[in-house]
Design a protein around this ligand. Sequence first.
Ligand SMILES: Cc1cc2nc3c(=O)[nH]c(=O)nc-3n(C[C@H](O)[C@H](O)[C@H](O)COP(=O)(O)OP(=O)(O)OC[C@H]3O[C@@H](n4cnc5c(N)ncnc54)[C@H](O)[C@@H]3O)c2cc1C
Length: 285
Amino acid sequence: MKPARFDYACPATLGEAVALLAARPGAAKPLAGGQSLMPVLAFRLAQPSLLVDLRKIPELDRIAIGADGVRLGASVRWRDIERDARLAAAHPLLRAAVAHVAHYQIRNRGTVGGSLAHADPAAELPGIAVACDAEIRIVGANGARTVQAGAFFTGALSTVLAPDEIITELHLPAWPAARRWGFEEFARRRGDFALAGIAAFYDPAAGGRAENAHIAVIGACARPHRIAAAEAALNGRAVEEATILAAARAAAAAVDPPSDLHADADYRRALVEVMVERALKRAAA
Ligand SMILES: Cc1cc2nc3c(=O)[nH]c(=O)nc-3n(C[C@H](O)[C@H](O)[C@H](O)COP(=O)(O)OP(=O)(O)OC[C@H]3O[C@@H](n4cnc5c(N)ncnc54)[C@H](O)[C@@H]3O)c2cc1C
């Protein structure tokens, strides 16, 4: 099928882009790399009357690294993250997760803002944003606001974004050099969406104990979320085999995975247990 007819605009400023979206409430959509939007249009699952291309808005394509963390502009592409050597130290978890995203053609065009707005439950970046308590900066006709990643995703392919709002930036808090981390996912082929994935980190404390544990799941859930029971099983304890296995079991018991044509709920639950175990063992090593 071909998309229904639509108008196209390519504004040079954020203000213009917001005004264009606001002028056609609910009938205009931002266009980033088109990696999800164009298939949706081609299948006529959406029929917006206007696409507002964000690629010429200069402030959206920046990666800024400072004492307060990493700021990724909405138009930053997977390939930009992969090629920015500074991120190896500034945010190794982000870099490791993004290495699992799709295939190189898609990685050349897919963007931070598009991934967050599309809100696929199996996408890596939303999982990293939630795991790290990141903030998502949004601009709309009523001004700017900042939303915690944990409150941004409301369900599969659903967010708190209003139709006239544009994501401008993802802010990941600063990453301490001593932090231990692991990212593990299972997909049927490299580059496919994960059937289940885990982003985990903790800060080492005296006696080999973990504190500030963050463990988030993708793929085996309707939306990425932290798994409090698994974090509690790790916090304050020495990071050794028994602790890791207890955290993994707690994670599997806590998730509520969907069944679909790719995998059933029990299989995904088992994957969560294994991914948590692997991620924490990698972190500890
Ligand atoms: C075959 C295939 C495999 C893939 N595999 C993976 C994978 O393994 N892991 C993964 O994470 N992703 C994967 N993706 C998704 C891909 O990496 C992109 O993240 C995703 O398609 C979004 O693409 P885009 O940035 O081009 O946004 P678009 O497709 O242009 O837009 C997507 C949605 O976001 C909205 N939007 C875009 N930018 C903004 C903004 N700044 N503010 C508000 N709304 C906005 C659009 O209106 C649209 O609704 C895959 C995609 C394909 C086609």
